[in-house]
Design a protein around this ligand. Structure first.
Ligand code: NAD
Length: 238
């Protein structure tokens, strides 16, 4: 397997998707015909779903919390934490995942562009910051309230909502010379466009995963394999 060389002048932007957590036992999204853990995204992952059936939405994310708490980081998460340890502020990680396996592996310079399972925020967007919330709710009546009195919602970016920290992400992509994308199908936007932004800036772009993503043509190279198997030892830091 060809190793990815990282020169002293390189800045690395990494984008990860559900595939990096697959070997930790968390199901990907498109593994089963576009269902996420047996649910249609329209039923559990849209603002309309939260309006119409908040109990189902909360039950779904409560199950994801339970499942996420049992999962452990795999060697791919650890490989990225190790890379950060050797590159310092020349490394930046953006994950589409809502699990916390990157932080539990030791990653620090990271953004969760689609939110975090372990947090909740005001359903009315009153301006209060998200709060840590790992509780598993069985009934809607158990769900906590914001300081303003509104019910809490999962701190998750639903389909149709704007991802978090886009300005910071754009800035980090603009100054990167190498983009590494791991385990994402290239079908959720704007994340699927990041590789194009990086290419426009002349960066090398590498995809890691067992199958080609929808935007495979935009990558300068593809490392085919499971992330947990190919990521350890993939990087050669000069
Ligand atoms: P996706 O489910 O659309 O695609 C998963 C990709 O991972 C596929 O391309 C597949 O080939 C690849 N893959 C499968 N096993 C792999 C492995 N062992 N190593 C590397 N790659 C592997 O995922 P997506 O593109 O990230 O989009 C799904 C959306 O749903 C995301 O925005 C995310 O927020 C959410 N989601 C999150 C989680 C999580 O937090 N763990 C899990 C499911 C879905």
């Amino acid at each position: 397997m060809e190793r990815i060389r990282i020169a002293p002048s390189d800045r690395v932007f990494v984008l990860t998707g559900a595939g990096i957590s697959a070997e930790s036992g968390l199901p990907t999204f498109r593994a089963s015909d576009g269902l996420w853990a047996g649910h249609r995204v329209e039923d559990v992952c849209t603002p309309e779903a939260l309006d119409q059936n908040p109990e189902l939405v909360w039950q779904f994310y409560s199950e994801r919390r339970e499942q996420g708490a049992k999962a452990e980081p795999n060697p791919a998460h650890v490989a990225l934490a190790d890379l950060e340890a050797s590159l310092g502020e020349r490394f930046f990680l953006c994950t589409q995942n809502v699990d916390d396996l990157h932080e539990r592996a030791g990653s620090k310079r990271l953004i969760h562009m689609h939110g975090e399972l372990a947090k909740s925020r005001c359903e009315h967007e009153c301006g209060e910051p998200p709060v840590e919330d790992r509780r598993v709710y069985k009934n809607l009546s158990e769900v906590g309230r914001c300081a303003c009195g509104a019910r809490l919602r999962p701190h998750i970016v639903f389909f149709g909502e704007i991802p978090l920290e886009m300005n910071r992400i754009q800035k980090e992509i603009d100054r990167s010379t190498l983009m590494v994308v791991v385990g994402t199908s290239g079908s959720v936007y704007p994340a699927a466009n990041f590789v194009h932004w990086a290419r426009q800036n002349g960066a090398r772009t590498v995809y890691v995963g067992p199958e080609a993503p929808l935007n495979a043509h935009a990558f300068t190279s593809v490392v085919q394999g499971k992330a947990g198997e190919v990521m350890p030892g993939l990087f050669e830091v000069e």
